[in-house]
Ligand binder design. Structure first.
Ligand code: ATP
Length: 436
């Protein structure tokens, strides 16, 4: 059995569409660049990604509360956060072929990579926020933006959360939700999208402890990737150079993954200092400082942020788990997903419709208990195995003509393709042990 790692973006994109993970939004109308819909399998995988992320926060033992902020936000928030003035990328066009680029993606000293001419426009700054109008009036007060990050919803609710939940510094606020960026050149499938989801956590602490927590959170996040089965050889932590740091950050480290198109940011971990709460205090006129009972004085908490895109992680997980093996002269494609992430943990497949009933009963009973499982009776067993391999299902159970006599089924393992016979009343335990 030879394993190759010949995964390409094209292969993954086509698998995603073929098997129902991801579809291009409005593809029957030609699509919308940088925007995607999630199919049934993708929805299950995303649900498991979110679950794993939340579980990793729970496991810290820290007080971390979850919120869901609105997607529409008034302009004042983005003025205070600095996005209105600074959330922009440099843009340049080729006047010959009209191709548009992010100016920091290409070398404008050289010719256009698309048409080979060197005829650039001047470089302009382009703000990435989607602007809209709320209500019928079109004055300045009706301007709103689709949030370009979830973090600001957390900062503007910091005092609400603190005063309504009896939490004390240090504590965290986590959020999973949509963000929107009008990226100049959306590309690489789910890597750079215009509408995407973020999983962010803001950790509020005293300034003197911020550096220590920054280091701690880097370790916690690294461990998360290990726990969900990402190959750690393809993960690295890259501290930002001083000239790379965002306006709010005193230190940032990216968790990078080695994609087929190079080492790229998967998650950002930043020590934001007290920039955000101070700015919102200044711009809103509401004091967001916290009173310290011990020192009998107020202070502005500092913030450590961890921020990862659900969709970018989704793509990473697909790249990382994709395998091709030569099996009996054919190529077997398998997603070797960690069982906690796999859309389905098991498939139940009787060899023929004639003896489908007992297996269907076992399947229905387990499904009612909440297991993510499937039942499939049509097609050859070999074809059904291949399909399940391709969508990453760890276990396949078959009920055959001997099952009635020995009250057992055959279970086949996705990764090793090994089969073993187990008692029917052990199926649930077997699944639970696989889920870990
Ligand atoms: P990049 O340098 O790749 O544009 P960024 O530094 O602007 O990313 P952050 O603002 O730190 O990104 O966003 C935090 C996380 O949100 C990123 O690490 C990534 O996982 C995700 N993310 C950001 N922009 C996009 C996008 N356009 N499409 C998908 N995910 C994104």
């Amino acid at each position: 059995m030879a394993t190759t790692s010949s995964v390409t973006l094209e292969k993954l994109t086509s698998l995603c569409k073929r098997r129902g993970f991801i579809y291009q939004t409005a593809d029957i109308y030609g699509g919308l660049n940088g925007v995607y819909d999630t199919g049934p399998l993708g929805t299950l995988l995303k649900r498991n990604i979110r679950k794993a992320w939340l579980k990793s926060l729970e496991k810290t033992g820290y007080d971390i509360l979850q919120i869901e902020g609105a997607l529409l936000t008034p302009e004042a928030v983005w003025e205070a956060s600095g996005h209105l003035a600074g959330f922009q990328d440099p843009m340049v066009d080729c006047t010959e072929c009209k191709h548009r680029y992010r100016a920091d993606d290409i070398d404008v000293e050289k010719a256009c990579p698309h048409c080979g001419n060197k005829a650039w426009t001047a470089i302009r700054q382009f703000n990435l926020m989607f602007k809209t109008q709320v209500g019928a009036a079109t004055d300045a007060s009706s301007v709103a933006y689709l949030r370009p990050e979830t973090a600001q919803s957390i900062f503007i609710n910091f005092k609400n959360v603190m005063s309504s939940n009896r939490v004390k510094i240090p504590f965290g606020i986590a959020q999973i939700g949509k963000a929107f960026r009008n990226e100049i050149t959306p590309k690489q499938f789910l890597f750079r999208m215009r509408e995407f989801e973020q999983m962010e956590m803001e950790w509020f602490c005293k300034g003197e402890n911020a550096e220590e927590y920054f280091k701690k959170w880097i370790e916690i996040r690294k461990n998360f990737y290990k726990e969900i089965g990402i190959n750690l050889d393809r993960i690295r932590i890259r501290p930002h150079d001083k000239d790379e740091l965002s306006h709010y950050s005193s230190a940032t480290s990216d968790v990078e993954y080695h994609f087929p198109f190079g080492w790229k940011e998967l998650e950002g971990i930043a020590n934001r200092g007290n920039f955000d709460l101070s700015r919102h205090t200044e711009y809103s006129g509401k004091d967001l400082a916290v009173y310290d009972d011990e020192t009998k004085s107020s202070y502005m908490p500092h913030v450590i942020e961890t921020s990862v895109g659900t969709d970018r992680l989704f793509l990473t997980i697909l790249f990382d788990s994709y395998s091709e093996e030569a099996v009996e002269g054919e190529t077997r494609v398998a997603l070797k997903l960690s069982p906690q992430l796999a859309p389905y943990i098991a498939e139940f497949m009787p060899p023929s419709k004639k003896i489908a009933e007992p297996m269907e009963k076992i399947y229905r009973d387990l499904k009612k208990k909440g297991y993510a499982i499937q039942f499939d009776v049509s097609g050859s067993i070999g074809k059904r195995y291949r399909r399940q391999d391709e969508i990453g299902t760890p276990l396949c159970f078959t009920y055959d003509f001997d099952s009635e006599q020995d009250s057992s089924v055959t279970v086949r393992n996705r990764d090793t393709m090994a089969q073993e016979r187990i008692a029917i009343d052990q199926i649930e335990t077997y699944i639970q042990n696989t889920l870990g």
